[in-house]
Design a protein around this ligand. Structure first.
Ligand code: NZQ
Ligand code: ZN
Length: 387
């Protein structure tokens, strides 16, 4: 096992009715609140009214930063940070999915940033900076942003989407009931995202970190079981709750403890797709991951035992021949994504090979590796496999 650090300072309230902890969570952090949210789903679901009622009853002074985009933009950080500076905001209340919370984390750092070049601020951020405290009410099970310090920010002018460590939420409230209204496409994309967070680490060269391996396989099996249920029955609490907890843990770092770090290559490649084409994160990951695995199996067959374990323990497959079994595991993954309605070719999203060279150039770096290092040519090849 490799050495690791465990540090997650966020207090998490999980389950039905946990919004009852909102007022007591905000109270010690400040009285001037910046409420951040996305394009309006919280208004449709009634959550906005519920939150406003709590804030009014508690006598908080509320400012709003609305319209945060999926794949949040640097312009939204600027808007929120400038508001924080002007109004001397003391605490940020993020209500929404991973995009709203990611943007809120950057705003929290931006509130103390001297100057207004917020893209430069994003590039420089590394969790050491002073930041406003954040309380997060999550409405989507996907990113795990509720339990990490990461934020992924896009600059569509430069075609860049990058993840940085900003700050952990002080408190996260995860009520699975708030995910009942998720459209099927977002539920499926969220499931693919959490599976990818696991698979990026699962396919490392360390196989002896038993607990981590068990967590990884457990989360994958749980998503495979529960995602089809919520697609059939969106208000199924047990399935929604299981997916939510899976998502929180999947990106918390814990499933990778004791394992050799990988460079999360599918995420790096997906961020290029989103930066150029503004696609849904989980959809891009679902398209990339089976192709990436097929590519590695060909390039470095020493991944075979890992894929055999994946096929047996996650998908319950058997075969006398290890290579066949490895391939069958990858195919099962592909078929699962098809079965939950994810478009599995880039062509389906209107993407052709025009920018593949540029995208591959942008995400090829020394730390970018997974089970094997990938050259720029390898990445272009993987993108082409996705067409
Ligand atoms: O904007 P609104 O109107 O709220 O609608 C959102 C959005 O259109 C909607 N939605 C969210 N909750 C809903 C809902 N609609 C109905 N009912 C609900 N309960 O869903 C759409 C997608 O929301 P978004 O927040 O963008 O989704 P997600 O949580 O998947 O976040 C994706 C972003 O997180 C980044 C991704 O790259 C992407 O930018 N990531 C963040 C990570 C992190 N912080 O650790 C790690 C991930 O790997 C990922 O990169
Ligand atoms: Zn992700």
């Amino acid at each position: 096992m490799e050495n690791f650090v465990h540090h997650i300072p966020t207090k998490l309230y999980f389950g039905k009715g946990t919004i009852s902890h909102l007022e007591e969570s905000l109270r010690p952090l400040g009285q001037k609140v910046l409420l951040t949210y996305g394009g309006g789903s919280i208004k449709k679901s009634g959550l906005y009214d519920e939150v406003i009622a709590i804030l009014q009853k508690g006598g908080f002074e509320v400012f709003e930063c609305a319209g945060i985009e999926p794949n949040p933009r640097v312009e939204s950080i600027a808007k929120g940070a400038e508001l924080c500076k002007k109004e001397k905001v003391e605490v940020i209340l993020s209500v929404g999915g991973g995009s709203t919370l990611d943007c809120s984390k950057a705003i929290a750092v931006g509130a103390y940033y001297v100057g207004n070049d917020y893209w430069q601020m994003v590039l420089e951020s590394n969790e050491q900076k002073k930041a406003l405290p954040i309380v997060a009410v999550m409405t989507m099970a996907a990113t795990g942003s509720e339990l990490d310090s990461c934020g992924v920010i896009s600059n569509m002018t430069l075609h860049k989407k990058i993840g940085r460590n900003f700050t952990f939420p002080t408190v996260s409230i995860c009520d699975p009931c708030y995910t009942f209204t998720l459209p099927a496409k977002q539920s499926a994309a969220g499931g693919a995202d959490m599976m990818s967070h696991i698979m990026e680490g699962y396919f490392s060269r360390t196989m002896d970190s038993d607990l981590s391996e068990a967590i990884e396989e457990g989360i994958l099996k749980s998503v495979i079981h529960h995602l089809p249920i919520v697609l059939q029955d969106p208000k199924n609490y047990e399935a929604r709750a299981n997916l939510f907890w899976n998502s929180s843990i999947a990106c918390s770092g814990m499933p990778e403890y004791g394992k050799l770090k990988t460079g999360w290559p599918c995420h790096a490649m997906e961020h290029e797709l989103s930066a150029f084409y503004d696609i849904t994160h989980g959809v891009g990951l679902a398209i990339l991951t089976p192709r990436w695995l097929r590519f590695i199996l060909k390039k470095d067959p020493s991944i075979t035992p890992r894929l055999v374990k994946f096929a047996k323990n996650v998908w319950g497959l058997e075969n006398q021949d290890d290579t066949e079994l490895a391939k069958a595991g990858i195919q099962a993954l592909f078929d699962f994504f098809v079965s939950v309605g994810i478009p599995m070719n880039l062509k389906d999203l209107g993407i052709d090979e025009t920018h593949f060279e540029e995208m591959a150039e942008s995400c090829t770096r020394p730390s970018f590796s997974g089970f094997v290092d990938l050259s720029k040519e390898d990445i272009v090849h993987i993108f082409k496999m996705c067409l």
